[in-house]
Ligand binder design. Structure first.
Ligand SMILES: Nc1ncnc2c1ncn2[C@@H]1O[C@H](COP(=O)(O)OP(=O)(O)OP(=O)(O)O)[C@@H](O)[C@H]1O
Length: 287
């Protein structure tokens, strides 16, 4: 679905943001893109949509160089931007104007999703709150039927029930040939949603793994008392004990804590890399 090869990118006159970044993402997956502030998540997403062009290297989507902006590919990509002002008009007119760009747009799905998000279809966009505008964008995006859906901080501004609703509608809307890339700092909003986690740090991809492989490789535990295991890759104090991320040496699997995973990856980068390298080598050897 997405093939990024040796992507080097810099904004003019500034130092390189990415250097020889490589990333392959297959279809049918929901991928979470995590990184610190300024790590380049939005820039990477914009390179994936063809809104920014690599300084060197290439970004292919559905087998085509996305920087060529082929309309056939452009209509298979929808980008929910972090900040985007909806044009002032009724939601109905918005759908009538923008839906024809997408061959598989499903208007009944759009109305249905808005109902689930409790947004009145008869409203005008200029009268919607920030969160309601976000919901219109998300509902529209999920109704386009595009093969690649890219969302930058989609849950910003959503209230607590809507975050759960967001997860539900994303999971239920995804077809086998569709992929979603979601960048977010609200990692709790992504729990139980992702198939794959990508972390960017210092200009490159430092983790790109399926959640199943992450659960096989790492153990996320809450321990009582003060005895942090020696092999802990990351630990943080919680009431009565510690939250610990350790190498998973058994067959037991634990629920991934995305925040702890991120902290483990950035604080113990080399150890985490080597754990996944060994796991991937063992997997290859078994094939
Ligand atoms: N148009 C621009 N011109 C010059 N530098 C830019 C431009 N846009 C972003 N940058 C810089 O590129 C870096 C990456 O920005 P980007 O918005 O991609 O990061 P991010 O990971 O999405 O950050 P955040 O988590 O804070 O949203 C930042 O240092 C930012 O200042």
């Amino acid at each position: 679905m997405i093939s990024i090869k040796n992507l080097t990118f810099k904004y003019s006159k500034t130092k390189e943001l990415f250097k020889d970044l490589n990333l392959e993402l297959e279809a049918g997956k929901i991928c979470g893109l995590l990184g610190k502030n300024g790590a380049g998540k939005t820039t990477l997403l914009r390179n994936m949509t063809g809104l920014l062009f690599p300084t060197h290297g290439s970004v292919y989507v559905l087998g085509q160089d996305v920087s060529k902006r082929n309309p056939e590919i452009a209509k298979e990509i929808f980008y929910v931007q972090e900040e985007y002002e909806l044009p002032a008009m009724s939601i109905d007119l918005y759908a009538k104007i923008y839906a024809p760009f997408y061959d598989r747009f499903d208007i009944s799905n759009f109305k249905d999703l808005l109902e689930k998000f409790e947004v009145d279809y008869s409203m005008k966009t200029q009268n919607l709150s920030y969160g309601q505008k976000k919901k219109v964008q998300i509902a529209f995006a999920l109704s386009t039927g595009v093969k690649l859906l890219i969302m930058d901080e989609p849950t910003n501004g959503l209230d607590i029930p809507s975050k759960a609703q967001f997860r539900k509608v994303v999971i239920s809307s995804l077809r086998e040939d569709q992929s979603i890339v979601i960048s977010s700092h609200q990692v709790r909003d992504l729990s139980n949603l992702l198939d794959r986690v990508v972390i960017v740090e210092d200009g490159s991809v430092v983790l790109n793994e399926d959640v199943y492989d992450i659960s096989s490789a790492l153990l996320f535990r809450q321990i009582q008392g003060s005895n942090v295991p020696e092999n802990a890759l990351y630990h943080e104090m919680i009431p009565g004990g510690f939250l610990v991320v350790q190498p998973n040496e058994g067959v037991e699997q634990s629920q991934i804590d995305l925040e702890a995973l991120f902290n483990a990856v950035v604080t113990s980068k080399d150890k985490v890399k080597s754990i996944f390298k060994n796991q991937n080598m063992n997997k290859d050897a078994q094939l």
